[in-house]
Design a protein around this ligand. Structure first.
Ligand SMILES: Cc1cc2nc3c(=O)[nH]c(=O)nc-3n(C[C@H](O)[C@H](O)[C@H](O)COP(=O)(O)OP(=O)(O)OC[C@H]3O[C@@H](n4cnc5c(N)ncnc54)[C@H](O)[C@@H]3O)c2cc1C
Length: 309
């Protein structure tokens, strides 16, 4: 277990934003998890589990707690389609390797940033697929009680950008068993993966630090008649969702900048760090967008990203 003290969290997040943290602890084995749990109970301190840092915003203030950086990197592809992976495998690597080895089922996630554990916790998804569709089992440990438990897909309680682990942040995801279709054509899987990567390069402002979509998309059942009509007219409804980017763009908010943070010109649900943004700049922009949307459509936007203070 490696303990660092008083370090800047910036470089561990894709936003490149955030203040200093009291403890930054790296763990690589279940034995070290036990040491960590003892450390946490002795210090009686709050903690946060860090994955790839691609869906979070640390505030500028000192984080008076422990940031836990697990490094579980198991990597096993079985002939029956079961794939056992450490929670800290990068999604880019997981997707590439499954396509290369001819395991179908993950190519939709080409270009999805972050780690597998983060994707499970938030039930990451895109292009009509979600990670929940291929999860068979999740091994996790409770950082308060030391309980080690295997969760079935059902027990993970997956929903739109949601899971059991989101509601219960004391559970550290260690390993996941996915179920994929082996024996597929590797070349065509890699082709689909690359199409997704290129789509993202084209549509997302990857030239600036960002954390993906700031707000969740809108459930069509929850918006007012006026917005529903507008979305229908503009043919932007996907399944039962209206993209929040559409609403922000409709209100003419693209390009609005506060300090070093800006609503992306390329994708209105992205805030980009264009010039050493402070977390406060981003929070002010979030507040600004929420107020405008509330004013116009009487709607409360919900953050997809997690704000940590
Ligand atoms: C350019 C860009 C595009 C994106 N596109 C998409 C998209 O299409 N679809 C989508 O769903 N998301 C998207 N995202 C958001 C983000 O990539 C995903 O949510 C990703 O799955 C987060 O994983 P992470 O490892 O970076 O998690 P982090 O940001 O590090 O953490 C997110 C949450 O997961 C928890 N967590 C992380 N690891 C563990 C673990 N091992 N055990 C328990 N909890 C853990 C953290 O505590 C935190 O609460 C995008 C982000 C960017 C920057």
């Amino acid at each position: 277990m490696l303990i660092l003290e008083n370090i800047s969290i910036k470089k561990f997040t894709t936003f490149k934003i955030g203040g200093r943290v009291k403890y930054f602890i790296t763990i690589t084995t279940l034995k070290e998890v036990e040491e960590l749990i003892d450390f946490l109970s002795k210090k009686e301190t709050k903690f946060f589990i860090l994955g790839g840092g691609s869906n979070i915003l640390f505030t500028d203030e000192y984080y008076n707690g422990v940031v836990i950086k697990p490094k579980f990197e198991t990597f096993n592809f079985f002939q029956n389609g079961e794939v056992v992976l450490g929670a800290n495998k990068l999604m880019s690597e997981v997707v590439y390797e499954s396509c290369r080895l001819g395991y179908q089922g993950l190519e939709w996630a080409g270009g999805l940033p972050g780690e597998l554990g983060g994707a499970i916790r938030g039930n990451a998804g895109c292009f009509g697929s979600e990670i929940k569709d291929i999860v068979q089992e999740v091994l996790a440990v409770n950082l308060l009680t030391k309980e080690l438990k295997k969760f079935s897909n059902e027990e993970c309680q997956f929903a739109y950008r949601h899971s059991f682990f989101k509601k219960n942040p004391e559970w550290l995801i260690v390993e996941t068993k996915l179920i994929l279709n082996p024996g597929s054509n590797s070349e065509s899987l890699l082709k689909i993966m690359n199409e997704k990567i290129n789509y993202r390069k084209d549509k997302h402002p990857l030239e600036f630090p960002n954390v993906g979509s700031i707000f969740k998309n809108l459930n069509i059942e929850e918006v007012n008649f006026e917005l529903k009509k507008l979305a229908e007219k503009n043919k932007v409804i996907k399944g039962n969702k209206i993209p929040t980017a559409f609403v922000i763009e409709f209100l003419g908010l693209k390009g609005k900048q506060i300090g070093g943070a800006k609503i992306s010109e390329k994708h209105a649900n992205f805030i980009v760090n264009v010039n050493n943004a402070k977390a406060q700049d981003v929070l002010d922009l979030i507040k600004f967008i929420k107020e405008k949307v509330k004013e116009e459509f009487n709607l409360d936007l919900k953050e997809e990203i997690e704000i940590i203070s």
